[in-house]
Design a binder for this molecule. Structure first.
Ligand code: BDP
Length: 691
């Protein structure tokens, strides 16, 4: 078990009663339609059922008297009314007829919908559900369900911890690696329907004719899986590859250049999805270089791509050198005034929080604050600030926490999920993206449990109402075993893992105290970087009086960017949930916490809880892990050892450093630091990955 098969392992069903029922229901399959997508559905069924039941199913083109499973688009077995609610991606799996005439039908309005239905059906078998009498209707809650790859053309991956980019641009378009199709298949199994192939820190080379041939080869490969290809557009491309003197979006030569470029792309890739743009952020070029705003930049591209039905996804992660008093406020300040100014084919892509994919952040204040603009959610699946490649951290609880947060923008219940699925403001264009954690490692994601985060992102983009627990359980059953004890223990371990990580890295609302550049490990002491907001000290603000960032009206007033319904409880340290306390408040070391402990003692407590949490994960894995294969058992065991060491490192380095301000002892009940603060300060990792 090297992990390559992901959650599509299709090993033999061990429960004999279910095995028999599955074999009976799939004995005679009729699959009509001969599109490439239907061929994929057929192939998947053959592979899966051969594995799951041990018998190669018979698949015919026409329904006959003996058909037990019917797979077709717009099946006449269902009423027009039933089909009409499915859109072009939803599906129905329904038991029809009775007795000998009983047939299970998988249908949808399109072959893509059918493929999704087939994967759902196979998931039922993989997770040992009864299929005796089914009536399932599933329609994705979001239109754009995307992966963003921060992959460079030289195959390095920004913030990638699983090897190199899966795309070998050098051997494209001639060579289509098996991985390209396996990747598409895994995504299709989750309903992911878009992929941005290139890094947001973009390279204009991808827009040159030879590279567009390579893009075409990938788009052709992905099309049958229902996956559209997108590219990042470097805003200065007209200068770099078009030899124009300017990239000013209002300059007619620039507009013409993009128009021609876009026509060139669509001639090769008729269903090209569109562009993702990072502009005027962290040194990337953008419209502000020409004194134009984000809307003017986005609209120029949007106008050029509109005739082809393409879209522009413009990122709100703006982060320029001229920061205000609080980086937290920058995106809101720049984007809210532009609400209503974007073309209809523009979405603004917003990270879940205002700082940057921290272990815990309150939701981004832009959600709910731009009612006229579709906002696309951006989560980070790759674990840049979340333990990178070595920590077991299941991210669905983080995703859910954000999606379930209430923006109050249209009254109570205006959740972030309703903003991004378009239902709150009636946006037909809507969606969710995850920064991918995929690379050339044999198991795709480096850490075997990293796969669960890819899985969770896809499942939540399809249906954000699924619970983190349900998704974890599915994944465990499919990726490991249906053994009830194993499923229960490992699901529990996964669900607790995110909180544990928060505790040993960034408890009580602390944030951005990791090392500079590679972001690996703790370095809350860093204070000498040229831009203030690059320094951890900017974020924790520890001093002899206390610790935390005052974002109330007496401080930066970032709180003022939230609807009062959300902000009111955060504004008062007595009502603010303690998980956000130091995010919004600077409090004295003696501040009394709900536990009765002082803030300092609570900090010690939380860091220790985090370390103990990892020790519990080790115990769980030790017991339950024996029920799995040797290879992954050993891998996860070693990784948990590293995680435990690193949790202690975080605890000790942070507490020793904060102690220089609190001037109080670490209570004896807790683990004491193994080394001095100076030791931790001198640690260097010149080849830490991902930057
Ligand atoms: C930060 C990463 C950086 C990305 C940036 C972004 O450290 O590598 O380029 O986000 O999202 O988290 O643009």
């Amino acid at each position: 078990e090297d992990g390559y098969r992901l959650w599509l392992r299709y090993d033999r069903v061990t429960n004999s009663r279910l095995l028999e029922s599955y074999a009976r229901q799939t004995r005679s399959i009729a699959l009509t339609g001969n599109t490439p997508t239907m061929a994929l559905a057929e192939k998947e069924l053959l592979t899966a059922l051969s594995g799951l039941t041990g018998r190669k199913p018979e698949i015919t083109r026409q329904q006959g008297a003996t058909t037990t499973l019917l797979i077709e688009t717009a099946s006449a077995k269902l009423s027009k009314a039933e089909l009409s609610t499915l859109g072009d991606e939803g599906f129905i799996i329904k038991t029809t007829g009775t007795g000998a005439g009983q047939v299970l039908v998988i249908t949808a309005n399109t072959d893509r919908g059918v493929l999704y239905g087939v994967f759902h059906f196979l998931r039922l078998l993989q997770t040992q559900e009864s299929i005796a009498s089914l009536n399932i209707r599933s329609v994705p809650r979001m239109k754009l369900r995307m992966l963003n790859h921060w992959d460079n053309l030289d195959r390095t991956v920004e913030r990638g911890y699983a090897g190199f980019s899966i795309w070998n641009w050098h051997t494209l378009p001639g060579y289509i690696d098996q991985r390209y199709t396996d990747y598409a298949r895994a995504n299709a199994s989750l309903g992911i329907n878009g992929t941005v192939l290139t890094n947001v820190n973009a390279n204009a080379t991808v827009l040159t004719p030879p590279y567009l041939q390579k893009v075409k080869a990938l788009a052709d490969t992905y099309r049958p899986y229902g996956i559209k290809v997108y590219l990042t557009a470097r805003f200065s491309a007209p200068v770099e590859s078009g030899q124009l003197p300017t990239a000013d979006p209002l300059d007619p030569r620039v507009q013409l250049w993009w128009k021609n470029k876009i026509s060139e792309i669509y001639a090769l890739v008729p269903d090209f999805g569109g562009f993702l743009v990072k502009a005027n952020s962290e040194g990337q070029p953008g419209p502000q270089d020409y004194h134009r705003n984000h809307a003017e930049g986005a609209n120029m591209l949007a106008d050029a791509i509109a005739p082809f039905k393409g879209i522009v996804i413009w990122r709100a992660f703006v982060y320029s050198a001229e920061v205000s008093d609080d980086r937290h406020k920058q995106a809101y300040n720049e984007f809210v005034p532009l609400d209503g100014k974007f073309r209809p084919n523009v979405l603004v892509q917003v990270k879940n929080g205002a700082i940057d994919f921290m272990p815990r952040e309150p939701f981004h204040p832009l959600f709910g604050a731009m009612p006229q603009t579709p906002l696309l959610m951006e989560f980070q699946v790759t674990q840049e600030y979340l333990g990178q490649g070595t920590h077991l951290v299941y991210l669905a609880p983080l995703f859910k926490e954000c999606l379930d947060s209430d923006t109050y923008s249209k009254g109570k219940g205006s959740t972030v999920a309703k903003v991004v699925d378009g239902s709150l403001q009636g946006h037909a264009l809507n969606g969710m993206a995850g920064v991918a954690n995929i690379g050339t490692d044999i198991n795709w994601t480096g850490h075997p449990f990293g796969q669960a985060n890819w899985y969770a992102l896809g499942r939540l983009a399809w249906d954000h109402q699924l619970s983190a627990a349900a998704i974890a359980e599915e994944w465990v059953r499919m990726s490991y075993t249906n053994d009830p004890g194993f499923v229960q223990e490992i699901t529990r371990m996964m669900l607790a893992s995110r909180e544990t990580m928060v505790q040993y890295m960034n408890p009580i609302g602390l944030h951005h105290i990791m090392a500079t550049g590679h972001h690996y490990g703790p370095a809350p002491w860093i204070a000498d970087l040229s831009r203030p907001e690059w320094n951890p000290v900017y974020y924790h603000r520890a001093d002899s009086a206390g610790i935390g960032f005052d974002r109330t009206s007496s401080g930066s007033n970032a709180l003022g960017q939230y609807h009062p319904g959300a902000a009111a409880t955060w504004a008062d340290p007595d009502t603010c949930p303690e998980e956000y306390l130091l995010w919004f408040h600077h409090l004295p070391w003696q501040h009394r916490m709900k536990s009765g402990r002082s803030l300092w003692n609570e900090l010690c407590h939380q860091y220790n809880q985090g370390v103990e949490g990892v020790a519990r994960m080790q115990e769980t894995w030790e017991k339950a892990g024996k029920k799995t294969d040797e290879q992954r058992y050993r891998q996860v065991k070693m990784l948990l050892n590293i995680q435990h060491q690193e949790a202690k490192w975080w605890r000790d380095a942070c507490l020793l450093y904060f102690q220089t301000f609190s001037r109080q002892p670490i209570p004896a009940v807790y683990g004491q630091p193994e080394h001095s603060l100076d030791y931790y300060k001198t640690l260097r990792f010149p080849y830490a990955p991902g930057n």
